[in-house]
Design a protein around this ligand. Structure first.
Ligand code: KG4
Ligand code: ZN
Length: 366
C-alpha cells in the first residue's frame, strides 16, 4: 500500500487503463479533469465479421495491444511514468477475460514502480465523463460542466440506467433496463437490417434522412408511465416482426424510415424517463452519458425538451461518450482524492455487484 502524494506541484495525475470490452485504452488525466493524453485501440474491425464481440478474441486482442497503448499514453508526458502519481484501472463490469488483461497490466506496473492503484467501475466512469476537460483551459468546456448533484442517463451497449450523481464517489441508481440495453437494441436491429456492427452510428446516420412517423412501433411501457425502468427487447422484436411481415426495406428511403421510426421510439423513451427523474428529484440538471449519448437524434431531442422544461442539459464530447480511458483515470482520481485505495489483490467482476437494492456502493463498502 502506498501513500498518494503528488510528486510535483498541481493536481494528482492518474494513468487510466480500460479493457472491459472491445477497446484497449489508456489515458493520463489530472484530478481536475484535464486530459493529458487519451489513446484508444479499437477492435471493431476484428469483431465485425462475427456481427458482435467474441470474448476470447477480445482478450487476445487486448493482450496484443495493451503495451503499445499504455506507452503511447505515457509518451505524451515529458517524463513518462515518472509524471504519474497513481494508476486507475477498470475492474468491472465487463468481459472477465478482457478485464483481466487491463487489471494484470495495471498491477504489474503499480508493483514495479511502487505506485498506488485503484479499481474503477466502468459505469461510474461513464457518469463522470462530463467533467473531462479535453481542451485545457477552455472556459466554454468549464461552463458545460454540471454542479453536483445531477441526474445522469447512462445509455451504452451493455447498460441503460438513470442515476442521481451526488459526487465523484457517490451515485444512486434510480432505475435500469429489465432486458436489453439501448445500445444493444441499436446493434441487434442494425444486424437484422444487415447494417453491420456496431449498428448505433449507422442507424443514427440513416435515421437522420428518414421519417420517424413512417412505421408505427410499440412504445415500451414497463412498470407504467411513472416508472424509471426501461425495456427495449419488445421494440427489437417489433422491428423483427415488421421485417418478417413486410420484408426487408426495399430501398434506401424505406430503410431510413424504419431506422428513424425505431430510433424515434428509443429517443423518446430515454428523454421522457430522464426528464421524469429530474422532476421526481427536483434536480434541474441532466447529463447524457455512454455510447448512445453520441446519437444525434437523442442529443437534439434532449436539448429541445430540456429547454422547454428548464432543465440544464450537459452532454460530454463525442470522445467522452464512447468507451475511453480518460474517464477511468478521472473516476480513479476522484476515488483516490476521497482516500480510497486498493492493493495488488484487486480482482475483476463481470456484472455490477456494486448495485445493491437500488444503491451503488462505494468499492470500499463491498
Ligand atoms: O459506452 P460504449 O462505447 O460501450 C459500452 O460500454 O457498451 O457504448 C457502445 C454502444 C454500442 O451499442 C453502439 O452501437 C452505441 O453505443 N452507439 C450509438 C452511437 N454511437 C455508439 N448508438 C446510437 N447512436 C450512435 N451515434
Ligand atoms: Zn462503456
Amino acid at each position: 500500500m502506498h501513500a498518494v502524494s503528488a510528486r510535483r506541484p498541481g493536481p494528482l495525475r492518474v494513468l487510466g487503463i480500460e479493457s472491459s470490452c472491445d477497446e484497449t485504452a489508456a489515458a493520463v488525466v489530472s484530478a481536475d479533469g484535464v486530459v493529458h493524453s487519451d489513446i484508444i485501440a479499437s477492435q471493431i474491425a476484428i469483431h465485425a465479421p462475427y456481427g458482435g464481440i467474441v470474448p476470447e478474441v477480445a482478450s487476445r486482442a487486448h493482450l496484443g495491444s495493451i503495451t503499445a497503448v499504455v506507452e503511447a499514453a505515457l509518451g505524451a508526458l515529458p517524463d513518462g511514468l515518472a509524471d504519474v502519481d497513481a494508476i486507475a484501472v477498470t475492474n468491472g463490469p465487463g468481459l472477465v477475460g478482457a478485464l483481466l488483461v487491463g487489471v494484470q497490466f495495471a498491477k504489474a506496473l503499480a508493483f514495479s514502480r511502487g505506485l498506488p492503484i485503484v479499481g474503477v467501475d466502468h459505469l461510474v466512469a461513464h457518469l463522470l465523463a462530463v467533467h473531462l476537460r479535453r481542451d485545457a483551459g477552455a472556459l466554454e468546456e468549464r461552463a458545460r460542466e454540471p454542479a453536483y448533484p445531477y441526474i445522469a442517463l447512462l445509455a451504452s451497449g451493455g447498460h441503460t440506467a438513470l442515476y442521481e450523481v451526488r459526487s465523484g464517489t457517490e451515485q444512486v441508481l434510480l432505475g435500469q433496463t429489465r432486458d436489453d440495453a439501448a445500445g444493444e437494441a441499436f446493434d441487434k436491429v442494425a444486424k437484422l437490417l444487415g447494417l453491420g456492427y456496431p449498428g448505433g452510428p449507422r442507424v443514427d446516420q440513416l435515421a437522420a434522412q428518414g421519417d420517424a412517423r413512417a412505421v408505427v412501433l410499440p412504445r415500451p411501457n414497463v412498470g407504467g408511465r411513472d416508472s424509471l425502468e426501461f425495456s427495449f427487447s419488445g421494440l427489437k422484436t417489433a422491428v423483427a416482426q415488421h421485417v418478417a411481415k413486410q420484408g426487408a426495406p426495399r430501398d434506401e428511403r424505406a430503410l431510413a424510415d424504419l431506422c428513424a421510426s425505431f430510433q424515434g421510439v428509443i429517443v423518446e423513451t430515454l428523454v421522457r424517463k430522464s426528464v421524469l427523474a429530474c422532476r421526481a428529484l427536483d434536480l434541474p440538471r441532466l447529463v447524457l452519458s455512454g455510447g448512445v449519448a453520441a446519437n444525434r437524434g437523442l442529443r437534439a431531442r434532449a436539448a429541445e425538451v430540456c429547454a422547454r422544461e428548464r432543465i440544464g442539459l450537459f452532454v460530454p464530447s463525442l470522445a467522452s461518450c464512447t468507451d475511453n480511458a480518460a474517464m477511468i483515470a478521472y473516476a480513479g482520481a476522484q476515488r483516490l482524492a476521497s482516500g480510497a485505495r486498493d492493493d495488488l489483490t484487486l480482482t475483476v467482476y463481470p456484472r455490477s455487484p456494486s448495485v445493491r437494492r437500488g444503491r451503488i456502493l462505494d468499492v470500499r463498502e463491498r
